[in-house]
Design a protein around this ligand. Structure first.
Ligand code: HEC
Length: 124
């Protein structure tokens, strides 16, 4: 009984140390990619930064898609991309995948996402 009483704080301390080590490790690794992507990420409004990983999961982080039926967005004219997003949203361009993606986007988000992907270097 006495022994387990003393073991508890020790176990807690070990847990806390482990948690702090993990936290420090995660912060250190998180700092590296954010440092390289900082210029682009800083320009994006919060709503856009939050949705960007979803777009990138299909269209590629660099705007170059690895799936044949998912178009590249990099190097495309931002005005054209913005028009497509507005057309998906209004169902003037009909696509079951892209309509729900475009629906929640407001004008500012559409402009920012179109600029973000369109100004990336395209595939050659
Ligand atoms: C599940 C995969 C998927 C996700 C997630 C996705 N897209 Fe798409 N996107 C597509 C597909 C597929 C098309 C082609 C639709 C068609 O065939 O008409 C497309 C087309 C587009 C186009 C038109 C490109 C062109 O050349 O006409 C734009 C712009 C676009 N997506 C932007 C986005 C943005 C911005 C996001 C995030 C909000 C996003 N997409 C999320 C799959 C996806």
């Amino acid at each position: 009984m006495i022994k387990s009483r003393w073991n508890k704080p020790a176990a807690l301390l070990a847990l806390m140390t482990a948690a702090m080590t993990v936290h420090a490790a995660t912060s250190a690794t998180a700092a590296t990619p954010s440092a390289t992507t900082a210029p682009a990420a800083q320009k994006l409004p919060d709503q856009v930064a939050a949705i960007l990983p979803l777009c990138a999961s299909c269209h590629g982080v660099d705007g170059i898609s690895s799936v044949a039926l998912y178009p590249n967005l990099a190097g495309q004219k931002p005005e054209y991309l913005a028009k497509q997003l507005r057309d998906f949203k209004a169902a003037r361009r009909d696509d079951a995948v892209m309509r729900p993606m475009a629906e929640p986007l407001d004008d500012a988000a559409i402009e920012a996402l179109s600029r973000h992907f369109g100004t990336m270097p395209g595939a050659h």
